[in-house]
Design a binder for this molecule. Structure first.
Ligand code: GDP
Ligand code: MG
Length: 178
C-alpha cells in the first residue's frame, strides 16, 4: 500500500471540507460548521497499473485546513510534507480564484515544485447548472492558468458529487506515476 499526504487550501467557504466529506463519507451537509485549525481524514483508492494489470491500494491522509486569515500561519505545517495540494476556489466567486492563485504562488516558493502535485479545484459547479447563478469564474481562464502553472485542474460539486471521485483518482494516478 502506498500512502500520500494531501492538503486542502483555499479561501474560507469555498467548500474544502465539503469536498473531503463527499470523498471520504459520500455525504454532503448544507450547514457544515467551519473548520477550526485543521481536520484530518483518510480514504483509500485503487490504482490499476496499465502495464501489468496489478491493482495498488493508495491511501490518502488528508489535512483539511481552515481558510480564515487568522489560521494562515498554520498552513505551512500542513503543506510542508505534503505530496499533493488541492487549491480550491468557488466557481461563483471570482475573488476566490485570486486567493487560490495566491496559495499556488506560496506553494511554489515554499515547497520544491518537483515534490508536490498541485491541483486547482473549482467547486460548487451545481450552482451554475441552472440559469440562476452565472458562473463568475470562466472555466477556460482557470484552465489556462492551471496549464501555465503546470497544475492539474478539475471542476467539481461537493453537493452533487460531480467530478469528486475522478479528481482524487487522477491525483492518485499522478502521484503513483511519479
Ligand atoms: P470550507 O470553509 O472551504 O471548508 O467550506 P465548507 O465545506 O464549510 O462549505 C461552505 C459552505 O458552502 C457550506 O454552507 C456548504 O454547504 C456550501 N458548499 C460546499 N460545497 C458546495 C457545493 O459543491 N455546492 C453548493 N451549492 N454548496 C456547497
Ligand atoms: Mg472547512
Amino acid at each position: 500500500m502506498l500512502q500520500f499526504k494531501l492538503v486542502l487550501l483555499g479561501d474560507s467557504s469555498v467548500g474544502k471540507s465539503s469536498i473531503v466529506h463527499r470523498f471520504v463519507k459520500d455525504s454532503f451537509d448544507e450547514f457544515r460548521e467551519s473548520t477550526i485549525g485543521a481536520a484530518f481524514l483518510s480514504q483509500t483508492i485503487k490504482i490499476e497499473d496499465k502495464t501489468n494489470h496489478n491493482e495498488t491500494v493508495v491511501k490518502f491522509e488528508i489535512w483539511d485546513t481552515a481558510g480564515q486569515e487568522r489560521y494562515k500561519s498554520l498552513a505551512p505545517m500542513y503543506y510542508r510534507n505534503a505530496n499533493a495540494a488541492l487549491v480550491v476556489y468557488d466557481v461563483t466567486q471570482q475573488d476566490s480564484l485570486a486567493k487560490a492563485q495566491g496559495w499556488v504562488t506560496e506553494l511554489k516558493t515554499k515547497v520544491g515544485e518537483d515534490d508536490l502535485v498541485i491541483c486547482l479545484v473549482g467547486n460548487k459547479l451545481d450552482l451554475c447548472e441552472g440559469e440562476t447563478t452565472p458562473k463568475a469564474v470562466d472555466s477556460k481562464q482557470a484552465q489556462e492558468y492551471a496549464q501555465e502553472q503546470g497544475l492539474l485542474f478539475h471542476e467539481v460539486s461537493a453537493k452533487t458529487g460531480e467530478g469528486v471521485k475522478e479528481m482524487f483518482q487522477s491525483i492518485g494516478e499522478k502521484l503513483y506515476e511519479s
